[in-house]
Design a protein around this ligand. Structure first.
Ligand SMILES: [Fe+2]
Length: 77
């Protein structure tokens, strides 16, 4: 969708998602050495940190671009 509307921040956004996937892979690797409580704490940190922050700030950044792409053309413009 973002590519279809020509969103200028797409490359940077994809990079952030790649970093998040790496954080998850790191957590999976580390989880073998952690207790369940420690794993739960790590997951909570991911949700309250990266995930929550990402949705509220980074994802919100493209909302205007998506809305603008859906506006019908103005007659005579
Ligand atoms: Fe995102």
């Amino acid at each position: 969708m973002l590519a279809a509307i020509g969103y200028s921040g797409l490359a940077g956004h994809k990079l952030l998602h790649q970093e998040f996937r790496q954080m998850l892979r790191d957590l999976l690797d580390e989880a073998r050495r952690l207790t369940l409580d420690e794993i739960a704490d790590c997951i909570e940190d991911l949700i309250n940190g990266w995930f929550y922050q990402h949705i509220l700030t980074v994802d919100a950044d493209y909302v205007d671009a998506v809305k603008a792409s859906r506006k019908p053309p103005v007659p005579g413009a």
